[in-house]
Design a protein around this ligand. Sequence first.
Ligand SMILES: C[S@@+](CC[C@H](N)C(=O)[O-])C[C@H]1O[C@@H](n2cnc3c(N)ncnc32)[C@H](O)[C@@H]1O
Ligand SMILES: [Mg+2]
Length: 343
Amino acid sequence: MEPVVFKPPLYQQRYQFVKSYVDTYKPKKVADLGCSECALLHTLRFWDCIEVLVGLDIDEDVLRRKMHTLTPLAAHYLEPSKTSLTVNLYQGSVTQKDPALLGFDLITCIELIEHLKADDLADFREVLFGFMAPFTVIISTPNAEFNILLPKCTGFRHPDHKFEWNRREFQSWATEVAECFNYRVEFTGVGEPLQDSKNVGFCSQIAVFTRNYTESEESLKRKMEYKSVYKTQFIPKEENEESHNTDTEDEEPHNTDNEHGHCMDLKLTSKWPTLPQTEQDENMEPFLQGDTLYVPLQKIFCVPKVKELCGNMDNLRTMITGEATLSTDGNAILYHVDLENSF
Ligand SMILES: C[S@@+](CC[C@H](N)C(=O)[O-])C[C@H]1O[C@@H](n2cnc3c(N)ncnc32)[C@H](O)[C@@H]1O
Ligand SMILES: [Mg+2]
């Protein structure tokens, strides 16, 4: 059997489905449950309508692996958004009730439910639809009927899957959930089968639930269950000019006028270590040691546009972290130079 090749890849089609929803309905508060390495959050972080973006996963290591990719880079400062954005990542389970996930417009669960044991799935539906109760929920999960078109798939598609449902099973679970929690639900999917195998349905089946009632303030008193892993904030510069000069974690941005327009600023309240400030004018020039080129951050910081955009060296370091290799003292970017192939 010819392997099925999706173009674009299936995971991108799932993200595209969410992005199209966001484009159409402009949710302000969006959360992704079982966000893994934050790939969906990464694609949503500069959507103008989104003001709060939250990721939750039970696996802290997987969250930490790529969380730095959510930090704004110089390029984002050059093409800034007019609105502020707060990104929060939490380690916790979708079976726990935590007020951090109250009041959301959209909650996505992309390829999550099939990783939950029966007891957890029962708790999850109560937590998501009964407690979090967002306006919209998007759930995607494998469609078991499609597996006959996947030659390498002998059992479940992934060893950690606890189940894979056919369309009837998924739709009956989702319809019952919708009835129970006063939502309506529609079904669709991504990953179209070839023409002659249409009867198997989409590779990933998707349910979109919409709440039938207006939000109540009922549950804001619940106690925190999740562990905060990371928080980053993108604030339009005119609202936050003075924060360039502050390094305190909890200080709120001040409103000030800004002649430079609306660049964004970054504030971190994560547990990252504070790196030492580079001595002014010391060791400024790049140098080669073995096959490693050291480019002092101070040298980069001296570029007027960089200085204007970053405000201080710590912001520059934060922006670079995860994107390039830093020296152990955090004061230089390291580039590997391939001396053998450089001529
Ligand atoms: C297949 S991955 C999801 C991938 C991701 N949503 C995407 O589309 O790229 C499933 C994720 O769910 C997480 N997970 C499993 N059980 C969970 C639970 N009880 N609460 C929160 N996350 C959970 C796993 O750690 C894993 O990162
Ligand atoms: Mg899966």
